[in-house]
Design a protein around this ligand. Structure first.
Ligand code: HEM
Length: 316
């Protein structure tokens, strides 16, 4: 029997579908929590005893949209692994990265189970969100690597000082996200169980929000430092778009953050905040990728193009 072969272009489309669905499920998952729709359906895979699909209540509709995305995500990551095996030619990096998505999604199912069993314990809810960010980063890298032509590879192509600052921006963004999840676990949106608000971190909300917004301010300052650092250097050309995206998304997200905080965290703004947190995280991953340049397999590593930069070019 002949094994079907997949064209690289088709494989890229599959990795894109994985990335988009993994990003979308972060928001639909948050909507389930924000609207207390976790028990919107009493049965599985049917929504309830009467209907397979039931959109007669908002809770049921939100829960089913999330279930739909769970199905789409599972299918997309399984197709990413299967596709990497029949892609012509097969590439180990794509197989390993797509496998990490499947492992991540299985991990999410386990953490999701723990969330339910612990009646929405804030630590479990927090881990659920953070694991999503790890899987998303892997999905973004997979999609970018799938756009490499066969035989091409990534090499680091910015100065060491620039690279250190890019890592600082990434680390501070991660800190902003982690402190954000602590803020959620402290605030009113940790979810409900049997009509009762669930247990939450016992911090003072204003103190937690202050720590969270301080991490955000540090992130923006680090991004501005990066802008200052690359000016007049060839790193600027390479990173300009990526840094601008990070800054615009971070500032928009900051504005949404303050707006929701001073307006009693309305559901729509909190959902938008989750969406922008996801977008910011992806733009930081793309900033990291932008520090790499693509070379053909046998081609020598790129050296200083402008003659004025001693780029730190390291194989990755
Ligand atoms: C770079 C900017 C920011 C990022 C990346 C970020 C990220 C996050 C994340 C990941 C969450 C948790 C979402 C969840 O678990 O569902 C969150 C929650 C929160 N953030 Fe931010 N945030 C930013 C800016 C801000 C700012 C400037 C404020 C203003 C005080 C703010 C206020 C809040 C509040 C009040 C919550 C809890 C909302 C709730 O009750 O669910 N955020 N943030």
């Amino acid at each position: 029997m002949r094994v079907p072969r997949l064209r690289p272009k088709t494989y890229r489309a599959i990795t894109f579908a994985s990335l988009v669905s993994l990003a979308a499920i972060v928001v639909t998952g948050a909507l389930v929590r924000l609207t207390d729709s976790g028990l919107g359906c009493s049965d599985w895979p049917r929504c309830n005893d009467d209907k397979i699909i039931d959109v007669s209540s908002t809770h049921a509709a939100v829960e089913q949209i999330n279930r739909l995305f769970t199905g789409v995500v599972s299918l997309a990551v399984i197709l990413a692994v299967a596709g990497s095996l029949i892609r012509s030619p097969r590439r180990k990096d794509l197989t390993w990265l797509s496998l990490s998505l499947v492992i991540g999604v299985i991990g999410q199912a386990v953490v999701g189970g723990i969330v339910v069993l612990t009646h929405l314990n804030p630590i479990a809810v927090q881990q659920h969100f953070l694991l999503s960010m790890v899987i998303l980063a892997a999905a973004a890298v997979l999609h970018r690597r799938a756009t490499l032509l066969d035989g091409e590879r990534w090499v680091r192509a910015v100065e060491p000082g620039t690279m250190r600052l890019v890592w600082l921006v990434a680390a501070l963004t991660a800190l902003a996200i982690v402190t954000g999840t602590v803020t959620t676990g402290t605030g009113p949106h940790s979810g409900m169980h049997k009509g009762e608000y669930v247990r939450r971190f016992g911090f003072e909300i204003s103190s937690v929000a202050r720590v969270h917004s301080s991490a955000v301010i540090l992130t923006v300052l680090a991004a501005l430092w990066l802008v200052w650092r690359v000016r007049g250097r060839s790193d600027r050309l390479r990173l300009e778009n990526a840094i601008s995206t990070v800054l615009v998304v971070a500032l928009t997200q900051g504005a949404v953050g303050y707006l929701q905080y001073f307006n009693g965290v309305p559901v729509v703004l909190v959902a938008l905040h989750v969406g922008f947190a996801t977008t910011l995280w992806l733009s930081v991953v793309y900033l990291l990728v932008a520090t790499r340049s693509v070379v053909a397999g046998e081609q020598p590593l790129p050296s200083d193009e402008a003659g004025e930069l001693s780029a730190d070019v390291v194989e990755v």
